[in-house]
Design a protein around this ligand. Structure first.
Ligand code: PHE
Length: 448
């Protein structure tokens, strides 16, 4: 039997080969690939633990062959076995000899049935003789056909079902299988995105805001929106030369921009905070990309991690949530590339209808909110935010002039709430969340 890791590879392979990143039914998938279903489900569970896949339970009724049914499928029905054991010709065989050959229980069941349909008859001195030289074991045929059809309910007529059930050769069972879908991480990896190292929650205002050309007076930088860190309150260091160029861009502009024309303060930029978005990581990765040995190389990055906002909490907002962020840095990218990439990405996670609406972000131009159509709710819901990073952000980093960066971000929780019809986010995340529910639930799946 295949190892769990091999089966995990089989699942991922199948997901990436299918146009909608989906395996409709693990049972059928296991049968057609010759895999053991239980082992396949085991591999699936470990993929889910890594947020590579998400699944949905499917339950359906099927026919299953009993041990008796399986015997018959393999060796023939009792009546057929009895008929076969009777030699051709008028001499026949005595019941005692037949029992010695096949065992009394089989003869008991098979003989009566043979007599009823005329396959055997009583000969001289009570011997059993063949009533027909050529018979067809339709019971075996039906069971074999049922096996080949994977036990599909419709593959047995009502009459046959009744008969085979009466003979205890089949039983009806509820079968549990899964519909599997590739999750964000898997989809992004398939699309050639590399995961960014996001294992830090404390950031400087510099990387979270200033590097993104977000002015120091921007309301998001207020303590009402951002959690500032008291101890240590100040970041230790940021690249000194780069800091100067960022300051110049804020104060006086450059690369065709007139800047914000205000007095930029280093102390403000050095304030530590709990990152408000994973774009704080994207800015550092882009800076590295611009300054790496050998110069800029086109790249696709993504991250999935926690962010914090000092928002008043209500049923749909918490102070912390998880963001999925993606970016592509390459020469001469256009808005068409952004729209195409986002459409492709959402399609792969099951959202086939997306729309864009012009929006504003300090660090992107143009900026677009992303809306997805929810077929259940029959309405368009906001699912993310996106844009092309501004030259005022990219040029100070030292990225070549023709390099464009398209990017988007979205919250992981929102679609999950919609999907599981959770009306209060506290049921999903935080100390009030019911762990039992978390353990029972399949990993969240984005399929609005
Ligand atoms: N940082 C934005 C947010 O927190 C998302 C975003 C990322 C928008 C990248 C544009 C580009 O909502």
């Amino acid at each position: 039997m295949a190892q769990s890791s091999d089966l995990a590879a089989v699942v991922l392979q199948a997901l990436s080969a299918s146009t909608d990143s989906c395996i409709e039914d693990t049972w059928e998938f296991a049968i057609s690939g010759g895999h053991d279903h239980a082992a396949l489900v085991g591999a699936l569970m470990s993929l889910q633990a890594d947020a590579m896949t998400a699944s949905e339970v499917r339950q359906a009724s099927f026919w299953e062959l009993t041990a008796e049914g399986k015997e018959v499928a393999a060796y023939g029905s009792p009546e057929y076995q009895v008929w076969k054991a009777v030699p051709a010709g008028d001499a026949g065989i005595s019941k005692a000899d037949l029992e010695a050959q096949l065992g009394a229980p089989l003869v008991k069941i098979g003989m009566g049935a043979c007599m009823k349909v005329g396959w055997l008859k009583k000969g001289p001195q009570g011997a059993l003789v063949k009533g027909s030289d050529d018979v067809r074991d339709t019971t075996q045929d039906k069971l074999r056909a049922l096996e080949a059809a994977g036990g599909a309910l419709e593959s047995l007529s009502a009459e046959d079902a009744k008969e085979l059930k009466r003979r205890k050769m089949v039983t009806q069972i509820m079968r549990k299988s899964f519909k599997v879908r590739a999750e964000f991480r898997n989809v992004l990896m398939q699309m050639g995105f590399e995961e960014m190292p996001t294992n830090r929650w404390v950031e400087s205002s510099f990387w979270n805001f200033d590097a993104l050309f977000q002015p120091q007076s921007h309301p998001a930088r207020d303590a009402h929106d951002t959690f500032f860190v008291k101890d240590p309150a100040q970041a230790v260091s940021v690249p000194a030369d780069y800091l100067k160029v960022v300051q110049e861009m804020h104060e006086n502009g450059g690369s065709g921009s007139i800047g914000y024309r205000y007095k930029w303060k280093r102390e403000e930029a050095m304030k530590n905070l709990l990152r408000t978005h994973t774009t704080a990581i994207s800015s550092q990765m882009l800076y590295k990309l611009a300054n790496q040995e050998g110069g800029f190389q086109p790249k696709r990055y993504f991250s999935i991690d926690r962010v914090f906002r000092n928002e008043s909490m209500d049923a749909t907002h918490l102070c912390e949530f998880h963001q999925v962020e993606g970016l592509v840095a390459d020469r001469n990218l256009s808005l068409g590339d952004l729209i195409g990439t986002i459409k492709f990405f959402f399609e792969r996670i099951g959202i086939t209808q997306v729309r864009f609406k012009p929006a504003y972000n300090p660090y992107t131009e143009p900026s677009m909110e992303i809306f997805g159509y929810h077929p259940d709710l029959k309405r368009w819901t906001e699912i993310g935010n996106s844009g092309m990073f501004r030259p005022e952000m990219l040029r100070p980093m030292g990225l070549p002039e023709d390099v464009r960066v398209i990017a988007w971000g979205l919250s992981l929780e929102r679609p999950t709430m919609i999907k599981y019809r959770i009306s209060n986010i506290r049921e999903l995340f935080g100390h009030k969340a019911d762990l039992g529910r978390t353990k029972r639930a399949p990993i969240c799946r984005f399929d609005i």
